[in-house]
Design a protein around this ligand. Structure first.
Ligand SMILES: Nc1ncnc2c1ncn2[C@@H]1O[C@H](COP(=O)(O)OP(=O)(O)OP(=O)(O)O)[C@@H](O)[C@H]1O
Ligand SMILES: [Mg+2]
Length: 224
């Protein structure tokens, strides 16, 4: 049997402060390969904190975390960074695209640290843009793209390393509902293609797109 993509054992996160803030009370959470999990909760409930721990951006202050069967608590920062680069793709509410770079360049830049030659980076970027339905906009600058198209570029950038886990923090938060629908349809298609997805949202309609939803309230995680 393959290891879960995410296994939290009593993972908790308290920001030191002062005053200390427990953003995540110790919780167990398992996400299997190919799962589509949504995490729903109100503002300030700990959703981004959970995502930051899952994405190796923050270390938990309690408990153990295995990513793809690897005990990441035991790893040094450099090894965590390398693992994050290979296995995890991030998508954020506010796209984070470089304004003076084309869609292709934005996606290609995500591989700068991977020591891949430029021609291969550009080819991989074009493939990723193709995958999100933006082959025809590959030379466009972000300012000329719609919000939904920008988010699809950001998703292409997250996919270009072929991560085992795609973490999305309010991916439709800046989009109107029709545009949000196209982005959510894309996430459905990626899920159908076998990608493991964790999507964080405060919107119950977005949460309902996942195959499984967990709720977080005041830092307390509960499986629905
Ligand atoms: N770096 C930090 N230092 C101290 N407290 C923090 C820090 N980051 C977040 N918090 C606190 O931790 C709690 C959870 O924050 P978090 O950002 O995870 O919430 P969220 O559910 O993502 O909210 P939103 O929906 O508004 O993005 C909040 O009380 C927040 O104020
Ligand atoms: Mg947040």
């Amino acid at each position: 049997m393959t290891a879960p993509v995410i296994r939290f054992r009593g993972v908790g996160l308290t920001y030191p402060g002062p005053p200390p803030v427990t953003a995540l009370h110790p919780a167990d959470l398992t996400v299997a390969p190919g799962e589509y999990l949504t995490v729903v909760g109100p503002s300030g409930s700990g959703k981004s904190s959970l995502l930051n721990v899952a994405g190796l951006l923050d270390r938990p202050t309690e408990g153990g975390y295995e990513l793809d069967g690897i005990d990441v608590g035991a790893l040094r920062e450099s090894a965590r960074t390398a693992l994050r680069g290979r296995r995890i793709g991030f998508v954020f509410q506010s796209f984070h695209l470089l304004p003076y770079r084309t869609a292709t360049e934005n996606v290609a830049l995500a591989q700068l640290y991977a020591a891949v030659p430029r021609r291969r980076r550009l080819a991989a970027a074009r493939d990723a843009l193709d995958r999100v339905g933006l082959a025809h906009r590959r030379d466009a600058l972000p300012i000329t793209l719609s919000g939904g198209e920008r988010q699809r570029v950001a998703i292409a950038r997250a996919l270009v390393h072929e991560p085992s886990l795609l973490l999305c923090d309010e991916p439709t938060g800046n989009l109107d509902s029709a545009t949000a629908g196209t982005v959510l349809d894309l996430l459905d298609a990626l899920h159908a293609a076998g990608i493991t997805l964790v999507v964080i949202t405060h919107d119950p309609a977005v949460a309902a797109r996942g195959a499984r939803t967990v709720t977080i309230r005041d830092g307390v995680l509960s499986d629905d």
